[in-house]
Design a protein around this ligand. Structure first.
Ligand code: PPE
Length: 322
């Protein structure tokens, strides 16, 4: 099952405000606050097929960021962290998915408009479906072509970029619309100082002389959980990893480059602004890290087993068992 359409809809399920409901019933009113002002926060999480059935990658870390994002915007979720984690497992289980992309969202709901959200309900929903390769079928294998977004990243004194907030993605939308029109796979954003920041939905890494470099948090990046996983993997493989200010010259001069993100996983970058990166083929360090990452998420690397939360099958109710 991909993104549920047509016949799938009859069986697909969502979790909304504490209950599992039919996919088609997960609706909001058009005067919902978040639709007008972008006042929502969300997560993107993947579950992978493992020998023990589906397992969610770094669920605790995603829940931690989900809670922090909500806190930034003054949202008190009417659910505990445990309930939200359980909801993520439930949508995978109830949809019978072997692997999935899981999308929790919390937002200011319906009640009245006006920017100040006081008194509005906080709605929370979680959906799950199969989501293949984010940047196209051949992206993981062959790498992607990237162009600079004409729009810079939102500066950290305009919005707290560590929160994964819906409204922030307007910037990503503008950037991808520009570059996709010109036939590129993805946009790379500079920050307000003109330093390298991130992709529309990914962090960026470059490799120079076997050292792995990535922009630090001062460059308006979302602190990606995949970014953190890749830094751990790279250090475990013996590489030096540095978070630092990067400029476009560093990217053009890199031996290799790649994007990281839950949706994009580890995607090699083969070209930026019409300049080939390295040989133009995914490089050996990128491949090595990509291989370990794609193995780790599938439970094939015991050293990273603590990153996985198993989605145990639903236990039968007393009536079902009888
Ligand atoms: N930067 C941005 C702007 C971003 O949206 C993401 C995730 C990342 C970095 C990487 O973060 P992490 O997933 O924790 O490693 N983007 C999510 C949404 C993509 C979408 O189009 O929707 C994702 O990958 O799920």
């Amino acid at each position: 099952m991909g993104f549920p359409t047509g016949d799938d809809l009859a069986n697909a399920k969502m979790w909304m405000n504490g209950k599992i409901i039919p996919w088609a019933d997960a609706k909001v009113h058009v005067l919902t606050h978040a639709l007008h002002y972008g006042s929502g926060v969300f997560e993107g999480i993947r579950a992978y097929a493992t020998e023990d059935g589906p397992a969610i990658f770094r669920l605790d870390d995603h829940m931690e960021r989900f809670l922090l994002s909500g806190k930034v915007y003054g949202m008190e979720y009417p659910h505990t962290r445990e309930e939200l984690s359980e909801a993520c497992k439930a949508v995978v289980r109830e949809n019978g998915l072997a692997s999935a992309y899981i999308r929790p969202i919390a937002y200011y709901g319906y009640g009245r408009l006006g920017v100040h959200p006081s008194g509005l309900p906080i709605e929370v929903a979680v959906g799950a479906w199969e989501w293949g390769s984010y940047l196209g079928d051949e992206a993981l294998e062959k790498g992607v072509r990237v162009a600079l977004s004409p729009w810079r990243r939102i500066p950290p004194d305009a919005l707290p970029v560590s929160a994964k907030a819906c409204g922030q993605y307007l910037s990503s939308i503008l950037g991808t619309m520009s570059v996709k029109k010109n036939g590129f796979h993805e946009a790379l954003f500079l920050d307000h100082n003109g330093n390298v920041s991130e992709g529309s939905g990914e962090n960026i890494f470059i490799i120079k002389d076997n050292v792995i470099l990535t922009p630090h948090t001062g460059s308006s990046i979302l602190e990606g959980i995949t970014r953190d996983s890749v830094m751990t993997i790279a250090r475990d493989l013996g590489y030096e990893v540095r978070e630092k200010t990067l400029v476009m010259g560093d990217v053009f001069g890199a031996d290799e480059a790649f994007f990281t993100g839950t949706a994009a996983e580890v995607t090699p970058i083969r070209e930026v602004e019409y300049r080939t990166i390295g040989s133009g083929e995914p490089g050996p360090v990128t491949r090595e890290i990509q291989t370990v990452y794609l193995d780790a998420v599938r439970g094939r690397r015991p050293e990273y087993a603590s990153w996985l939360t198993r989605v145990a099958p639903r236990t039968k109710t007393v009536e079902e068992a009888a």
